[in-house]
Design a protein around this ligand. Structure first.
Ligand SMILES: [Zn+2]
Length: 215
């Protein structure tokens, strides 16, 4: 039976998972892992399996998704067990309706992150268009923008043709792959801004409504 040699990143992740419990390693013959032919999110076998049918790139987000899906906002003590519970610190008495908004927003953002990982896979394997390359340049530029005084608009914004035209398809693929690898070093951040729009604002309205009822 083939033994999988996890990457260094994979090993530290495996330690993390081991402390949490279930860990399945590749054991059955030619398959990628026991019960899985490829990463359940990206559908590829380029990285080792580390748990729950995922590679090390997708697993942390995939586990967040499973946790969020399994969370019941109507249960007693739901706030303390919430996914991304730190966001609800100021909402400990939030009604289930608000907690449901929280759940939906968490799942939406996790879904976007998982889609992004799938998209990266398509960029890596498929032909990269000029627009794809521009988007990746903008994305990396936004990540490295060092100071608030730095220009707000990416120097690559709207420059797809200008950027792509002198490049061959292979060159564009190579640059896009490099940008994806660069961006992979930047940890995914939950977007508090959109969360606030979805949860904080209605929560505020809910408090106002209750305050009015108390009068
Ligand atoms: Zn994956």
């Amino acid at each position: 039976m083939p033994k999988i040699a996890p990457s260094v990143a994979g090993q530290s992740l495996i330690k993390e998972i081991n402390t949490g419990g279930s860990l399945t390693m590749s054991t059955d013959g030619d398959r990628w892992a026991a019960g899985y032919d490829a990463c359940v999110n990206r559908g590829t076998v380029d990285r080792d399996h580390v748990g729950s049918g995922c590679c090390e790139r997708c697993l942390p987000t995939w586990r967040k998704k499973l946790q969020a899906e399994g969370w019941d906002p109507t249960a007693v003590g739901a706030v303390s067990r919430a996914p991304m519970a730190w966001l609800l610190r100021a909402h400990e008495d939030a009604p289930p309706a608000i907690l449901l908004l929280h759940k939906n927003e968490v799942l939406r953002q996790i879904g976007r992150r998982l889609s992004r990982l799938q998209h990266e896979e398509r960029l890596r394997t498929g032909p990269v268009t000029q627009q794809d390359l521009e988007k990746e340049l903008n994305r990396v530029w936004a990540m490295i923008r060092p100071r608030p005084t730095h220009r707000v608009v990416s120097p690559f914004a709207g420059a797809a043709t200008r950027i792509g035209a002198p490049f061959s398809l292979r060159q564009m693929n190579a640059v896009a792959a490099l940008l994806i690898d660069l961006a992979a070093h930047v940890p995914w951040r939950f977007d508090i801004r959109t969360w606030g729009e979805v949860v904080e604002r209605p929560a505020g309205e809910e408090r106002l409504r209750r305050a009015r009822q108390c009068r």
